[in-house]
Design a protein around this ligand. Structure first.
Ligand code: KIV
Ligand code: ZN
Length: 510
């Protein structure tokens, strides 16, 4: 049975989702998790975007050794050189060259003729080929392009050395049967198509990205481009977990296999949601909180008698074990380390030390610890942004009647200690105002959300916030058994990211 190549573009197209910006450290952390998930290709970014992007993609290429690491580039030498500068560090590098091909993009956006686009594409592929063997080519907006031009262009880039040709439904316009027919016509009409892997990249504007990808598999496509949680430009890309679980569950119909370790799906989904601050809707297929919950009495009765009466997938297959760990106050460092290893985490000594300290804090407050709690601790500790500001103490008084008041003690990286107090509309507002008195970085709070990591009143709370400063968005996350503390940590985390991105010194107290 053929295997479908799973090409993850969470860190490139996914990052194009508004507000989903990822730092270098975020990308390395996601890259390592994608490696555990066993994806075949990771598109780690668009290096021509900025110096930071070159460095982030290079860091992923150095840290993540098993999958192919891919960098996106337009067919211009500067882009291709930047992509190579970043991916050359990979064990298996790939350069992905793309250009628009539809008349509307050519006339209104690029102002180029088809001949010019063809010439640029071939030159771009040849330039990329001068750097590495593995070159992918994408005609952007393929589904609104004259098919005859697509056939001609793909033949030319395959002759120039493209080893994968990708058919993007850039604006999510296609309908499954039609898309399958279009891809089939490419297979039939491009004479040298057998020399390349045919791939698809579907957007979800009409909610059809996964259906279109599967229709393409049915006619012989062997690479699917997708994102964790269906992240991506506008309505997003095909969701990796839905594509993979469809291939898995309906192998009888689709007739292909995949190399994904499906038991890592839930954890990968949570990590990407934690890092980007983009929540997963409860009724999202495969990874939504309700995906395996049964509400109606009839369904519950059925599932209790025989799980498969209403479940087509086993929650265990996507890594939902719900297991409670036999770890508590008396558990030692070695036991904790062994458990992390079992969960697939291989932490550096410094990261482990921080995780251990957080673990001890949590077990002091909670009776039972789940793997989800540990994931949350690790996600927080490994989101290593330089701690320009550290929250050392937080004290809040509030109640009815009463004036919510917060006092904070913050230590800066250069050892200064600041103590401030403020009153606010509520305890969280008071904490934010007190912190803002110490950290003089103007910003607007755009989003604030609290969720419980596990169930029960003693659960850890997770706060995600988004702040905006000079048009840039920064996500901050904080975890604690106390949601006010989690809010303070989340705000400082976002401020630390803001400082790191701007490369500024810690501003002094206003
Ligand atoms: O949607 C699209 O066309 C893309 C290309 C760069 C592949 O993201
Ligand atoms: Zn795209």
């Amino acid at each position: 049975m053929d295997s479908v190549v799973i090409f993850d573009t969470t860190m490139r197209d996914g990052e194009q989702a508004p507000g989903a910006t990822m730092s270098l450290e975020d990308k390395v952390q996601i890259g390592k998790q994608l490696e555990r998930l066993n994806v075949d290709v990771i598109e780690a970014g668009f290096p021509a975007n900025s110096r930071q992007e070159v460095e982030a993609v290079a860091a992923v290429a150095r840290a993540v050794r098993k999958p192919i690491i891919c960098g996106l580039a337009r067919p211009v030498f500067g882009d291709i050189d930047a992509a190579w500068e970043a991916v050359q560090h990979a064990a298996r590098p790939r350069i992905h060259v793309f250009i628009s091909t539809s008349d509307i993009h050519l006339d209104r956006m690029l102002r180029k003729s088809r001949e010019e686009v063809l010439e640029m594409s071939v030159k771009g592929v040849l330039r990329a080929k001068g750097y590495c063997q593995d070159v992918e080519f994408s005609p952007m907006d393929a589904t609104r392009t004259d098919p005859l031009f697509i056939y001609q262009l793909l033949e030319a880039v395959i002759d120039a050395g493209a080893t994968t040709v990708n058919i993007p439904d850039t604006v999510g316009y296609a309908i499954p049967e039609e898309f399958g027919g279009f891809v089939k016509s490419i297979m039939d009409r491009v004479p040298n198509i057998g020399r390349a892997v045919v791939s698809v990249h579907c957007h979800n504007d009409l909610g059809l990205a996964v259906a279109n990808s599967l229709a393409a598999v049915k006619v012989g496509v062997r690479q699917i481009e997708c994102c964790i949680n269906g992240l991506g430009e506008r309505a997003g890309n095909a969701s990796l977990e839905e594509v993979v679980m469809s291939l898995h569950t309906r192998q009888d119909y689709l007739g292909v296999t995949h190399g994904i370790d499906t038991t890592q799906i839930a954890r990968t989904s949570r990590l990407v949601s934690d890092i980007t601050g983009m929540a997963v809707q409860a009724n999202k297929a495969v990874v939504g909180a309700n995906a395996f919950r049964h509400e109606s009495g009839i369904h519950q009765d059925g599932v209790l008698k025989e799980r498969t009466t209403y479940e087509i997938m086993n929650p265990k297959d996507i890594g939902l074990t719900g297991s409670v760990l036999h770890m508590g106050k008396t558990s030692g460092r070695a036991g904790f380390r062994a458990h992390l290893k079992e969960m697939g985490y291989d932490l550096k000594e410094e990261e482990f030390g921080k995780a251990w300290e957080s673990f001890k804090e949590v077990v002091a407050k909670k009776k039972s610890i789940s793997e989800r709690d540990i994931e949350a601790i690790i996600a927080e500790e490994m989101r290593t942004v330089d701690e320009t500001y550290r929250l050392d103490q937080l004290h809040v008084t509030c109640g009815e009647p009463g004036i919510p008041t917060a006092s904070v003690k913050i230590t800066t990286a250069d050892g200064q200690e600041w103590t401030e107090s403020a009153v606010g509309d509520g305890p969280v507002d008071a904490v934010y105002k007190a912190i803002s008195k110490v950290v003089s970085l103007p910003n607007q709070l755009q989003e604030f959300s609290v969720k419980s990591i596990t169930e029960s009143t003693e659960a850890m709370g997770e706060v995600t916030i988004r702040i905006q400063s000079e048009g840039q968005t920064f996500v901050g996350r904080g975890v604690s058994t106390d949601i006010i503390v989690a809010s303070g940590k989340a705000y400082l985390n976002a401020l630390n990211r803001l400082v790191a991105a701007k490369g500024e010194q810690a501003p002094v107290k206003s």
